[in-house]
Write a new protein. Structure first.
Length: 305
């Protein structure tokens, strides 16, 4: 190794930590603020693909129950998959029924809906294409109620509109009247309770999006077929965003009536976050390698002296 190269490597190994922190901060901010500038390929897992395939097979007009069981602390992981799921369902012209088993869940649902509506990708109307039933206290008791008689449990929706005045609720009396159930879970009550008390006994197709830490608890149900695929944490959200984006762009090219052709499909937040994470890891590994090379060069030079 020439002395010039050795000196350069020595200098790189002695970079002030403040500069290193600044570089990492920049490479993290760029994908978060401008995700379209960073195009990192996303490898789709079989479980995420399964969820996408299952929902894609639903016919327009199908009824899907979407249950929110997470709050602000787990919003970075689960919220992006909530938005992606809503985009996918509305693009397929599927009727979405929203409920929450957590108090914060109703606010997460409202925020996700607002994001989808503000994108102007779809011409959808409340009570025709979606309804928010709101939060009910009771955990598994509420799930049992949905499984047996949803109208006894919910007499009004989130905005206090009577069920009989909502066109979408016609013919919906229990979980058996839904074509699919999706649970967005960060704990209890959540996926396990939906499997045990509603979807498995009533033989209703069911899938889940959950935090990464919950995956090991849910996976046995996935392996048994009781849960049809799973969106696992932020990686699962990014994978689903990627598939949904491709699907929406395809539907736009085909002039599908379910989506506005003149609106740009946005890049999901989980995609940007995963890109930021990946680049930050690469930069840190690079600095570790340079630091070690610099150390061994300086050690070798001292030994020669």
């Amino acid at each position: 190794m020439s002395s010039k190269v050795a000196n350069i490597l020595l200098s790189l190994g002695k970079v002030d930590r403040k500069i290193i922190f600044a570089i990492i901060g920049i490479v993290v901010l760029i994908p978060l603020l401008k995700p379209e500038w960073v195009d990192i390929p996303i490898q789709i897992s079989p479980d995420s693909r399964k969820v996408f395939t299952e929902l894609s097979s639903l016919e327009p007009g199908s009824k899907v129950l979407l249950s929110f069981e997470y709050g602000p602390s787990t919003k970075p992981e689960i919220h992006p998959m909530s938005v992606a799921l809503l985009n996918h369902l509305f693009a397929k012209q599927i009727k979405v029924y929203i409920m929450a088993l957590w108090p914060d869940g109703v606010f997460m649902a409202t925020d996700a809906l607002d994001q989808v509506l503000s994108s102007n990708l779809f011409n959808i109307e409340e009570y025709t294409d979606y309804v928010n039933l709101g939060f009910k206290q009771g955990g598994e008791v509420v799930i049992r109620g949905v499984a047996s008689d949803i109208r006894q449990l919910y007499t009004k929706d989130y905005k206090q509109v009577p069920m009989d005045d909502i066109p979408m609720m016609e013919g919906v009396n229990s979980v058996s009247d839904f074509d699919y159930v999706i649970d967005l879970s960060a704990g209890t009550p959540g996926t396990t309770e939906w499997v045990q008390y509603a979807c498995d006994p009533k033989n209703v197709p069911f899938t889940s999006g959950c935090t990464s830490i919950q995956v090991t608890d849910v996976m046995p149900y996935v392996k048994s077929g009781q849960v049809r695929g799973i969106l696992a944490g932020m990686p699962g959200a990014a994978e689903y965003e990627s598939m949904v984006k491709e699907e929406l762009q395809r539907l736009q090219k085909e002039n599908s009536p379910g989506i506005n052709p003149d609106v740009t499909v946005p890049i999901g937040k989980a995609t940007g976050r995963m890109s930021a994470q990946s680049i930050a890891h690469l930069v840190m590994v690079l600095f570790i390698i340079l630091g070690n090379i610099s150390y061994f060069i300086s050690r070798r030079m001292k030994a020669r002296e």
